[in-house]
Design a protein around this ligand. Structure first.
Ligand code: DGJ
Length: 546
């Protein structure tokens, strides 16, 4: 971890939650990642910058590829890196650079030509038939040395040009690593390592964390009778290929990160092409997804193997968004979502990630495709969240903040009513502050309203989502879309809870600026707080009348 006294971005632990500190203050990444090829041209980026600002981003994730910074061995060209940093500064954005080095999406497509074509020096991984894959083997020393040298040079350069200003706040090391098309590498070097003993460091980590291991890893280890030494097959049986690949990919990536951190130790992470869940049974064999990548089944292996990597981040394109977040928010691994879908759902998912998991940041992929930011709901969502960053940061790790999103995993749970409409709705209840909160997702209820009230306007583009903070036991900040919030007594069914007042407003640099006082029809005469399809922030005071 970086030394805070250096003044450069670092991660700190605050009440058990991890926070990214930039220029001395907690920073939450409201980000977006550009398409793979966009940042290879400064001219191409020029019209994109203002759109990113209109979208409300505070950070942009930009690829930097090995082939472009070291076109000839030992000759580095950082004009793109400099231009990108300059562009970000002109538009008041921070940057996370994505190091497309030895691997990008499990392939070695971003390596320079002098690497790709030298099959002797940079040998490829092989499948069981001995066929060479389009991926450098992670057992290649020369691959590791060349990649580390380039990454070291990149980090040195970033320190030189940005060590004071901190435009670059984090680095992603490689991209979605692993091996595709085979569960493991059969290159002769890999074969040799596969028949060696499992490294002691890994066995020690697993033994120390045995109770908390994910069910998949536990089950393959249990089947070997919890052996504490032996070859990969002896200890991990049928799961050996993937665990073996995970360890050696992780060691390679960790060495690259270590070389970079020697020059400039800002936080670094790896991102994952997701595999099957480690917690619920799902189809999927390693090799169909990148085997050895940081999937949830091998998160423990990655954590044990990568002391220089600050976190493992999931790229979430799956529908079970909440489940994936839970699977990566464990073992002290802070949640960061560097890639996710960029449609309307993103403007709901972000509340859950920040409110429920203290996420360091959130970033839809292909953000440059949003050509009309004003029409995309993420803009308004990011805009209102950005003023709240100091408030959200203050409540991280306190147990007084929650978040939710309707990712389709909630069932119908209760009846909700508004005016004369009643409907069975999805949602949930939870305790927060001094009260029990009932959250109703409002789609069905609003459809009923539309059916019985002529002229009633209703359109919900965004799935229900929200973030709620109990600033006091009887006072709440609620932000989000398409839900209804009611307050119930926490432990007595006989008492009645009233809403004393509801103010709508915004946060500016963490300061509350109230606007309308909501009452009457807008709160069902003091019985609920309703959020429609346009994100809003409300401050609510309640009391119990016994
Ligand atoms: C995941 C990769 O990490 C990204 O670079 C990009 O290729 C997306 N997939 C494409 O959807």
């Amino acid at each position: 971890m970086a030394d805070p006294s250096l003044g450069i971005p670092y991660l700190r632990t605050y009440r058990g939650a991890k926070q990214l500190i930039v220029d001395g203050k907690p920073f939450i990444i409201l980000g977006g990642e550009v398409h793979n090829s966009s940042s290879s041209s400064l001219a191409y980026m020029e019209p994109i910058w203002p759109r990113l600002v209109s979208l409300g981003l505070n950070t942009v994730l930009l690829p930097v590829s090995w082939e472009l910074i070291e076109p000839e061995e030992g000759r580095f060209d950082f004009h793109l890196v400099d231009g990108l940093i300059d562009g970000a500064r002109r538009y008041g954005l921070r940057v996370i650079f994505l190091w497309f080095g030895t691997w990008k999406n499990a392939l070695s497509t971003y390596t320079p030509v002098w690497v790709k074509t030298d099959l002797e020096r940079f040998p490829r991984a092989q499948d069981a038939m001995g066929r060479r894959l389009n991926s450098i083997t992670c057992f290649s020393r020369s691959g590791l040395e060349a990649d580390s040298r380039a990454f070291r040079a990149l980090m040195r350069h970033i320190r030189e040009v940005d060590g004071e200003k901190h435009t670059v706040i984090m680095m992603q090391v490689e991209n979605e690593v692993g091996i595709l098309g085979s569960a493991r590498d059969y290159h002769p070097l890999a074969e040799e390592y596969f028949h060696r003993e499992v490294p002691e460091e890994l066995m020690k980590y697993l033994e120390a964390n045995r109770e908390n291991l994910n069910p998949y890893l536990k089950s393959i280890w249990r089947r070997s009778g919890w052996k504490t030494s032996g070859t990969w097959s002896e200890v991990f049986g049928l799961g050996a290929d993937e665990v073996f690949m995970a360890w050696y990919f992780a060691r390679y990536v960790d060495s690259v990160a270590a070389a970079g951190k020697e020059e400039y130790p800002i936080p670094m992470y790896v991102n994952a092409w997701l595999g099957p869940s480690a917690y619920v049974y799902e189809e999927g064999r390693p090799g169909e997804y990148p085997s050895g990548g940081p999937v949830s089944r091998t998160l423990e292996v990655w954590r044990a193997a990568t002391p220089h990597i600050d976190l493992v981040a999931p790229d979430i394109y799956r529908e079970d968004f909440c489940q994936v977040c839970c699977e990566y928010d464990r073992l002290g691994n802070p949640l960061l979502i560097p890639e996710t879908i960029r449609d309307e759902r993103s403007a709901s998912y972000v509340y859950y990630a920040l409110g429920r998991h203290n996420a360091l940041g959130f970033s839809p992929f292909g953000i440059d495709d949003i050509v009309d930011p004003e029409k995309h709901p993420l803009s308004e969502c990011y805009r209102i969240l950005s003023g709240m960053i100091p408030v959200i940061a203050r409540y991280q790790g306190t147990g007084r903040m929650m978040g939710f999103t309707d990712d389709g995993s909630y069932g119908y749970s209760h009846m909700a009513s508004m005016w004369r409409a009643r409907a069975r709705v999805r949602g949930f209840e939870c305790d927060l502050g001094g009260y029990r909160l009932r959250i109703s997702f409002t789609r069905e209820l609003m459809e009923r309203m539309k059916a019985i009230l002529s002229g009633f306007q209703y359109e919900a583009r965004i799935p229900s989502g929200g973030l709620i903070i109990a600033v006091e036991d009887d006072m709440y900040i609620a932000v989000g879309v398409n839900f209804m919030l009611r307050f119930l007594p926490r432990d007595s069914f006989s008492s009645n809870v009233e809403i004393l007042w509801v103010d709508e407003g915004v946060y500016k640099d963490g300061e509350w600026i109230p606007d309308r006082r909501l009452n009457g029809d807008e709160t069902g005469h003091g019985s609920y707080v309703y959020f429609d399809d346009k994100p809003k922030i409300r401050m609510v005071k309640v009391h119990s009348v016994g």
